[in-house]
Design a protein around this ligand. Structure first.
Ligand code: A3P
Length: 324
């Protein structure tokens, strides 16, 4: 359900009336972007983000996947679900990921559950609860920051690929009546930080800093590119971080490889449920799977765009040790 199907509370109306705004959205249903506590949020999701921040009570055993859109959230959800539930689903031929989109198995707290209802009923989620969020660290509810719940973060993806992925995604989701979002307009918004849950760089930096200060709480997978290059190594890191490392039998039986194959782009994108099904917010599942490659920016961006994005990234990440 989109927010426009649900009435915005007076409290939220009062809140947004005082926020900086920008008139253009990226995709379907987005008419306005609001800057809430430094973060750009579409009109469709701001109420869910605020309700999540206000009402969510984290359990110590919760696992939250925290990402900015288009850095590989769908993939990370699939891997995390398969890892956390591997004792329940040892037979990968019968696995829930074969018939359910990852966004159904690991719902968004901010964009989905708290967007549908001010205080959703979460009692039917069994421990360890596995959720996801696109909110940056600064917007997380206090209970998520103060409990021992774990945050798995795909630190990022090359900003040029993230932008290109977002631009394609936006155009897939725009109604024909709104026309195509040009590469130039999208690029301008992205560079100004006006992208979903942006600025992209601030989102990345917040989790990066938190992972350095609190490595027990925040696991960085580092980048989409590294996850692509070394999936089994990163699966091991995730399993250890979550307190359930692969046993010698699992190692011997190649369970990491099996999970990695189950969650691969090639496998997931070719499943019937992801080719023709619909799920989160009524979206067609296939919008979450495009190319799954590293480096598509080379085919899309002009030299000036590449230079500009590289310059912004260098400036923002200067002195942090982060590089793309
Ligand atoms: P591209 O648009 O470059 O193909 P998110 O899930 O955060 O929305 O990110 C979407 C990006 O991740 C898309 O990138 C999509 O194709 C890619 N993706 C989805 N599932 C994947 C998987 N299992 N393995 C690798 N990439 C995946």
């Amino acid at each position: 359900m989109y927010l426009q199907d649900r009435k915005m509370t007076q409290e939220c109306r009062d809140l947004i009336s005082s926020l900086p705004r920008q008139g253009d959205g990226w995709m379907e249903g987005e008419t306005t972007f609001y800057q809430y506590q430094g973060v750009w949020l579409a009109n469709l999701f701001i109420q869910g983000v605020v309700a999540f921040q206000k009402h969510f009570q984290a359990h110590d055993t919760d696992i939250l996947i925290a990402t900015i859109p288009k850095v590989g959230t769908t993939w990370l959800k699939a891997i995390s679900f398969a890892l956390v539930n591997r004792v329940h689903y040892p037979d990968l031929q019968q696995h829930p990921l074969l018939t359910n989109n990852p966004h159904v198995l690991v719902p968004f707290l901010d964009m989905d559950l708290y967007n549908q209802k001010e205080v959703p009923d979460l009692t039917f989620f069994t421990s360890p609860r596995l959720f996801s969020t696109h909110s940056p660290y600064s917007l997380l509810p206090l209970s998520a920051k103060n409990s021992t719940c774990k945050l798995i973060v795909s630190l990022s993806r090359n900003p040029k690929d993230t932008f290109v992925s977002l631009w394609h995604f936006a155009n897939r989701l725009r109604p024909t009546s709104s026309g195509t979002l040009s590469l130039e307009d999208a690029f301008d918004m992205f560079c100004r930080g006006v992208s979903p849950f942006g600025p992209y760089w601030d989102h990345v930096l917040e989790y990066w800093k938190e992972s350095l200060e609190n490595p027990q709480k925040v696991l960085l997978i580092l980048t989409y590119e590294e996850l692509k290059e070394q999936p089994t190594y990163n699966l091991r890191r995730m399993a250890e971080f979550l307190g359930s490392p692969f046993s010698p039998e699992e190692e011997a039986n190649g369970v990491m490889n099996d999970i990695s194959k189950l969650c691969s782009f090639e496998n997931l994108s070719n499943l019937e449920v992801n080719k023709n099904g619909k799920s989160f917010n009524g979206k067609e599942n296939n919008v979450f799977f495009r190319q799954g490659q590293v480096g598509d920016w080379l085919n899309c961006l002009t030299t000036e765009m590449i230079e500009k994005l590289d310059r912004i990234t260098e400036e923002k990440f200067c002195g942090t040790g982060l590089r793309f």
